[in-house]
Ligand binder design. Structure first.
Ligand SMILES: Nc1ncnc2c1ncn2[C@@H]1O[C@H](COP(=O)(O)OP(=O)(O)OP(=O)(O)O)[C@@H](O)[C@H]1O
Ligand SMILES: [Mg+2]
Length: 249
């Protein structure tokens, strides 16, 4: 496979099975710098498994994950800590600590991984909360936030160490249209700042609005990976089934 010069993350031939069930037959994917890739696929096809493998929460049976050409699959646990500062994972529900305020949730990675002093932490948290349209919500507890705010706070926490790549798992699932639009707006703002990322979604409208390219996971492989423009006009039945399901009803 040829590697494009600006490829920041590459998956090569990832295979994974659970017992007799083969989930990944061979996943090949290249993510370019400053691109947002939307990953589609049926339920249970192994989309979350791809994201979890990229940050070392799951280990593929075979294949390689390269970050700037360096193999990261198979690293020791302590080395994954460094990778996870640069490749951040936004959990579906925000995964905030319930007993900590929004401020403490966002400050946590800074306290763990940097030597920033309290005034700098305060400024960084305020900056991130503004970015996700939640200025002044430092003292709220996660239980006092709406689902949409929890997701945006999760996004802010994922961004706080200035990662190079963001991985989102169904960021708009369960959100009402207003919160979905807000989330999409946050992502577009981040994109203008040079965001690189992969987001797994079933939300076609949001994917078409923010993604540069769309990949479809089908039968254990990346069935296709195409720009939004070209995929809109695709005649491939698998593509049309995922992106334009109304056609087949
Ligand atoms: N730790 C595990 N043990 C056994 N099976 C697993 C494990 N993790 C994932 N699987 C299986 O792998 C398959 C892919 O799971 P994954 O969660 O990646 O699917 P998905 O594409 O994200 O689905 P959804 O759209 O429903 O979130 C599923 O069939 C799941 O049951
Ligand atoms: Mg999933």
């Amino acid at each position: 496979m040829t590697i494009t010069a600006d490829c920041v993350l590459e998956l090569r031939g990832l295979r994974r099975r659970f017992g007799s069930k083969i989930v990944h037959e061979g996943i090949d994917l290249q993510l370019r710098g400053q691109e947002l890739l939307a990953l589609f696929g049926g339920s249970g096809t192994g989309k979350s498994l791809i994201l979890r493998s990229i940050i070392g929460l799951e280990e593929p049976d075979a294949g390689e994950i390269l970050w700037h050409g360096r193999t990261i699959s198979g690293l020791h646990e302590r080395d994954w800590i460094d990778v996870r500062k640069k490749i951040a994972y936004v959990f579906q529900n925000g995964a905030l600590f319930d007993s900590l305020t929004v401020y403490e949730n966002l400050a946590y990675p800074l306290r763990e991984h940097t030597k920033l002093k309290e005034p700098e932490i305060r400024a960084r948290v305020a900056e991130m909360l503004t970015l996700v349209d939640m200025p002044g919500s430092e003292n709220l507890l996660p239980g006092e936030l709406s689902g949409g705010m929890q997701k945006r706070a999760g996004l802010a926490r994922a961004m706080i160490l200035g990662p190079e790549i963001l991985l989102f798992d169904e960021p708009t699932a369960g959100l009402d249209p207003v919160n979905t639009t807000r989330f999409v707006q946050n992502i577009l703002d981040l994109k203008r700042r040079g965001l690189t990322g992969i987001f797994v979604t079933h939300d076609i409208a949001s994917a078409l609005a923010v993604a540069d390219r769309i990949a479809i996971l089908h039968q254990g492989r990346i069935h296709c990976i195409e720009t939004v423009e070209s995929i809109r006009s695709s005649r491939d039945p698998v593509v049309r089934k995922f992106l334009f399901p109304e056609e087949s009803t």
